[in-house]
Design a binder for this molecule. Structure first.
Ligand code: CDP
Length: 207
């Protein structure tokens, strides 16, 4: 069984993906982490994420084996990830890694922006997770502050607007639901409720 979960920044897709993977005993890939890791290579080497040639090279040579999670979770790396993710050759370089993960005989849960549309168009379940921008801003602010990132709500709101726009309007693999996506607006739901709803949907429809 393949479960695809897409949605914008801090919509709750990562938490939902981890919970579904645990519940159904499936491996989980947070595909945002590979775009973040690509951006981190550039940032660490003082290279602008807009430098296409360098971004493509970083994606082609990406080694996920020694990624430190806290290093890729910063707001700066998130913003860089969205920039490199708009480069078609970067997406192409990271495609096989994601497809290989999804071809695990057990199945898999993948979360990102283009899982239902490009990476796993034949997924058994496609969830599209959203929440109002101001709710997402508060969630992400809490996470970043807990991790020691001193970003302000104003800076973060500006980043969210920019990142949402770039992710949804790029030419290659923009963030969008498919005709069969199950829409989940998590703005007014606790995470336990979101997880229970998604599990019930899968339980009720899986063959
Ligand atoms: O956790 P958050 O929602 O902030 O973002 P993420 O899932 O870690 O992804 C970071 C960035 O990578 C996104 O803003 C997208 O531009 C890009 N991305 C993508 O283009 N396609 C994916 N499948 C996953 C992430």
């Amino acid at each position: 069984m393949i479960i695809a979960i897409d949605g914008p920044l801090a919509s709750g897709k990562g938490t939902l993906a981890r919970a579904l993977a645990l519940h159904f005993g499936l491996p989980h890939l947070d595909t945002g982490s590979i775009y973040r890791a690509t951006a981190l290579v550039l940032i660490k080497n003082n290279i602008d994420p807009n430098d296409k040639a360098a971004a493509i090279k970083a994606a082609q040579n990406l080694d996920m084996s020694n990624i430190i999670d806290s290093e890729i979770r910063t707001a700066l790396v998130g913003a860089g990830a969205s920039v490199v993710a708009a480069i078609p050759e970067v997406r192409k370089a990271l495609f096989d890694f994601q497809r290989n993960f999804a071809s695990n005989p057990k199945g898999a849960v993948l979360d990102g922006r283009d899982i239902g549309t490009v990476i796993c168009p034949d997924a058994d379940f496609k969830f599209f997770v959203t929440a109002r921008p101001e709710v997402r801003a508060q969630r992400r602010l809490k996470e970043l502050h807990a991790a020691g990132d001193n970003i302000t709500i104003e800076e973060l709101t500006a980043q969210i607007i920019e990142r949402d726009y770039r992710d949804a309007n790029r030419a290659d693999a923009p963030l969008k639901p498919t005709e069969t996506s199950i829409m989940l607006d998590t703005s007014d739901m606790g995470i336990d409720e979101v997880i229970a709803k998604a599990i019930a949907t899968v339980e009720n429809h899986k063959s």
